[in-house]
Design a protein around this ligand. Sequence first.
Ligand SMILES: NC(=O)c1ccc[n+]([C@@H]2O[C@H](COP(=O)([O-])OP(=O)(O)OC[C@H]3O[C@@H](n4cnc5c(N)ncnc54)[C@H](OP(=O)(O)O)[C@@H]3O)[C@@H](O)[C@H]2O)c1
Length: 251
Amino acid sequence: MKTQKPIALVTGASGDIGGAIAKELGANGWHVIGTYVGATDAAAATVAVINNAGGSAEAMQLDQRDPAAIDSLIANIASDYGRLDVLVNNAAWNIGIPFRRLDDLTADIWDRVMETNLRAPFLLARSAAKLLSADGGGHIVNISSAGGISPGSSSIAYSSSKAGLNHLTRCLAVAMSPDVAVNCIAPGLVENTRMAARLPDNVAEGARQTAVLGRVGEAEDIAKQTLAFVQSTSVTGQTLVIDGGMPGAMR
Ligand SMILES: NC(=O)c1ccc[n+]([C@@H]2O[C@H](COP(=O)([O-])OP(=O)(O)OC[C@H]3O[C@@H](n4cnc5c(N)ncnc54)[C@H](OP(=O)(O)O)[C@@H]3O)[C@@H](O)[C@H]2O)c1
């Protein structure tokens, strides 16, 4: 498919937040390539919303735990379009394991969380680096979590993976400068998402009660901040928390 539009790759576009980000970029002039791993119908629905609204988008399958699949996806984008302007590392996997249940956090679960949430964003950035750097104005936006700033969220593995993603953001901002700006959004609880529904009840309710603005985030809040980052030419290496203002995540 040929297009004159800049190209944005949004991982996890079949999910709640990835879908909102894809639609925001699609409505603002990007051709969106949205990935999914198994949810073909949800990815197709996101693509249909964008295309029906006059934008352009397509879905591509990617299991981002597989390094070869990442390289192959980026090679396909290079051959189809010859460019990539924005990479949004949004896809992630979690499972609710209360922090104190150390024995429930197996090596296999640890590896799945880390491979999906931390290693894949690095491998995607590495694979896409040449394309993103080509015209000197590339952007990466990583979607992390407030659980990567203060200990909390669905499991120790998830919280640690997101702390790693926050620091990967800073490392890549240095490594890919001056041609690519790399920033990060760390949502707290995001209402009406399936991932939030997988949080232990006390974690979700605690987030609502601690937010000083009296509300936590919604997927559209994350999408609008993603747009702001990719429209900026002077911000890099930053992690912005969107959580309704929880004192523990204020830095
Ligand atoms: N929702 C929240 O309250 C919340 C709070 C803080 C941070 N976040 C972060 O926001 C981001 C989006 O979350 P969400 O709520 O939209 O989650 P979601 O609805 O569960 O979506 C997760 C996405 O990741 C994809 N995915 C999972 N494993 C994958 C793999 N191995 N390879 C490729 N893709 C994979 C899923 O694909 P399929 O649909 O095909 O399975 C889906 O598109 C995540 O990084 C999450 O950590 C969310």
